[in-house]
Write a protein of this length. Structure first.
Length: 135
């Protein structure tokens, strides 16, 4: 499968730069719309069946990226190019895994935000078996 990048909340001018960067690395960018936030990450990446869901709640703030179908070397090269680009930093990034492919975008955002907050505060990051019960 072609490498895929799910993008969340990118303004148009940054989205075009992200798309150009992705093309240089043989990847495709898929913008995830707020209404799709209840679909699983796996379905958004094309590895699970699609669901007929419609989210009409609040949007989460900030940028988020999910990368799928990258080799380790390819992912490393893309992330290095992303850091070197003039795009704003994206603190919430994930790679599609067996564990998170069944999560929806809201659950993944919650998990990434908790991890990022713990890293920023220097607190230990607890093993997480999945999204919290409160999602």
């Amino acid at each position: 499968m072609q490498p895929l990048i799910l993008s969340y909340n990118f303004p148009a001018k940054h989205l075009s730069k992200l798309r150009m960067l992705a093309i240089k690395h043989g990847a495709h960018v898929r913008v995830v719309e707020k209404r799709e936030y209840l679909d699983t990450i796996g379905s958004l990446c094309g590895v699970c069946g699609a669901f007929e869901t419609m989210y009409d709640g609040e949007n989460f703030p900030g940028l988020m990226l999910v990368m799928a179908h990258f080799s380790d070397a390819h992912l490393s090269a893309f992330l290095q190019a992303l850091r070197a680009s003039k795009l704003p930093p994206v603190p919430l990034k994930a790679v599609l895994t067996e564990e998170n492919k069944g999560w929806n975008s809201l659950e993944l955002h919650e998990a990434l935000l908790a991890e990022h907050t713990a890293m920023q505060s220097g607190a230990p990051i607890h093993e997480q078996s999945g999204p919290s019960e409160n999602s």
